[in-house]
Design a protein around this ligand. Structure first.
Ligand code: SF4
Length: 579
């Protein structure tokens, strides 16, 4: 019988160096991933705290269905108060740790406090026999790939790992939390990238978390026949229709994005890149035949397989996945128009443990303000290897993100919301997505509510954004990957078959709305106001497209409507999640 009675929360206090295993609250059954992280942070974290101090809390929570056989359902949410935005943050990630944690019955890891000896490094070992902190000083300063290779020389290759690179240890505001993928090599190629969550893990001197599920079984549904029947139907329908979108990964969208003026070029001074072919995902796809690599799934049970594994000319692995967002921010926005150069930059970001969106945007502002030549891939690589990795003044400036570079260089064009860089999808041509950037508690984050529709603006864009924000909050709490594109109605059917309940679409949408409200409330307590829910001036005043006429033009009073619950429509229940 599927229930939560054996579920636990791991509580780690890094001040006392203690680990306690606590029962999971039965009334939190439908709180997983992002919604669980928001609830714990709102209840336990002081919103006014220093994000890098002992009062911040790091939450790592798999989704409601993680560890089960539901397809593509093992996402892991990483939450905290963000050092980048000063507000609440949730970034979620694939790989196997989410699946492995819930196979062991753990609904969350909650890390509090801070060790007095800041030079020490610690690992958290989670095994079927128990959970303990272990000394990890010999991992200090290691890059992610070498660090995980060393880790798996001590632990079974069937385990998974969550780790930070030097960027997290140095507490850079762009630092990510890496998860190992399901490949035999257990590569730390998947990243909870946004908002500096890796800096918070680094502030707690926690270098890695190792999850060894041993022989723990997959979670069993309460109603196996109903679960299996819906699983089969959903998977068949998905593979027949929706799968086309991500068959070759997100990089395949580049020609269309360029046509729609949402492939920003040279720090968003244009919506189209005249050299987009050099970054088109088709080039990556063509490389598979001669070089190897190809499409794969990053976690056990994923039926989408959207992740491309990229090899160099000699057939050696370089990185995975090389995505639309990375090709846009580290490529097109910097006028670096060669996918192979971007692949190397992506690998460097993964090695150091940094958000490719934030770093790409920060380099683009550096270039736009005269601090580096447009298109200079070698200078960008040197910046990562010689400045950021070593912590020089320039390195720290860029690694602290777009806001840090813009402020220091006194530049007027700094595309960000709440201190976080604007992702690839441009808010001027995709206005509903712009509403999400302006109003989400996360700052500019496409995964908080992506609407790919250039035809809507005004009130319609605000309503579309709100619906997308609710659907994505439900999806990010379920464990499903956004690229599976489930609707609220489909997630409800999975939940009901799994738990043997009769949850309604309205009740599930309410859980998503509650999550958004708790995130907004955290930010309100942290000092944010309606003044912060706006689009940055440069994207309101500087247009793109024909005659530079496409601008973000939704007035602030209309934006406020996105945070007032609108009447429920069928598109809320049957519209699909997007990221
Ligand atoms: S859809 Fe892509 S990102 Fe999501 S779990 Fe599968 S391979 Fe990973």
């Amino acid at each position: 019988m599927a229930n939560t009675e054996n579920h636990k929360i791991i509580r780690v206090n890094m001040t006392e160096m203690s680990v306690n295993i606590k029962d999971f609250r039965e009334d939190w059954k439908y709180l997983g991933g992002r919604a669980l992280s928001a609830r714990i942070l709102l209840e336990e974290c002081d919103p006014g705290c220093d994000p890098l101090g002992p009062k911040n809390i790091l939450v790592l929570a798999p989704g409601v269905l993680s560890g089960s056989s539901a397809p593509t359902s093992g996402r892991l949410s990483v939450g905290c108060k963000s050092p980048l935005t000063g507000g609440i943050k949730e970034a979620n990630v694939g790989g196997n740790p989410g699946q492995d944690l819930l196979r062991l019955g753990y609904r969350a890891i909650v890390v509090t406090g801070q060790p007095a000896a800041r030079e020490k490094r610690w690992g958290l070992e989670i095994k079927p026999e128990g959970v303990r902190l272990v000394a990890a000083d010999d991992y200090a300063g290691m890059w992610n790939y070498a660090s995980c290779e060393k880790l798996f020389s001590h632990y079974p290759q069937t385990a998974s790992a969550i780790s930070i690179g030097p960027a997290g240890e140095r507490m850079y505001k762009s630092a990510s939390v890496a998860c190992t993928d399901r490949e035999r090599e257990r590569r730390p190629a998947r990243h909870a990238a946004r908002g500096g969550v890796g800096a918070v893990m680094g502030s707690k001197c926690l270098k890695w978390i190792l999850v060894d599920p041993g022989k723990a079984p997959t979670r069993k549904p309460a109603n196996p026949s109903a679960f299996s029947a819906f699983h089969k139907k959903f998977s068949k329908d998905y593979l027949a229709a929706r799968h086309k979108t991500f068959e070759w990964g997100t990089s395949a969208v580049i020609p269309v994005a360029n046509m729609l003026n949402t492939f920003p070029y040279r720090n968003r001074t244009a919506g189209r890149n005249p050299h987009f072919e050099g970054l088109d995902g088709a080039r990556i796809r063509e490389s598979f035949e001669k070089r190897g690599g190809g499409m794969h799934n990053c976690m056990n049970g994923c039926i989408v397989k959207c992740s491309n594994m990229v090899h160099d000319k000699d057939g050696n692995y370089v990185t995975s996945a090389l995505e639309f967002e990375t090709l846009t921010l580290l490529g097109s926005c910097c006028d670096i128009n060669d996918w192979e150069e971007v692949a190397i930059l992506d690998r460097l970001c993964d090695e150091l443990g940094m958000d490719t969106i934030e770093i790409g945007a920060a380099i683009a502002v550096l270039m736009d303000s005269g601090g580096m030549q447009w298109g200079d891939a070698n200078a960008a690589k040197a910046l990562l290897k010689d400045e950021i990795a070593k912590g020089t003044d320039l390195g720290v400036l860029v690694a602290n993100g777009v806001s840090s570079v813009g402020r220091k260089r006194g530049h007027h064009r700094v595309p960000m919301v709440k201190g976080q860089a604007v992702p690839a999808w441009d808010p001027r041509s995709m206005k509903a997505t712009g509403v999400t950037y302006a109003t989400s508690a996360m700052g500019a984050d496409h995964t908080a509510g992506l609407v790919i529709n250039p035809a809507i603006g005004g009130e319609a864009a605000v309503l579309a954004s709100q619906e997308s924000q609710i659907v994505n909050a439900v999806c990010d709490s379920s464990g499903f990957c956004l690229f599976l594109q489930p609707s609220i109605d489909e997630i409800r059917q999975f939940y009901n078959a799994f738990f043997g309940d009769e949850l309604s679409n309205e009740a599930l949408a309410d859980i998503g709305w509650q999550c958004l409200q708790e995130e907004w409330e955290f930010n309100r307590r942290a000092g944010f106001s309606s003044e912060d829910d706006d689009m940055v001036k440069c994207l309101r005043e500087e247009g793109i497209g024909p005659d530079n006429a496409i601008k973000f033009d939704i007035p602030r009073d209309l934006l406020a409507k996105a945070k007032v619950r609108q009447p429920v429509s069928d598109t809320l229940f049957y519209g699909t999640a997007a990221g």
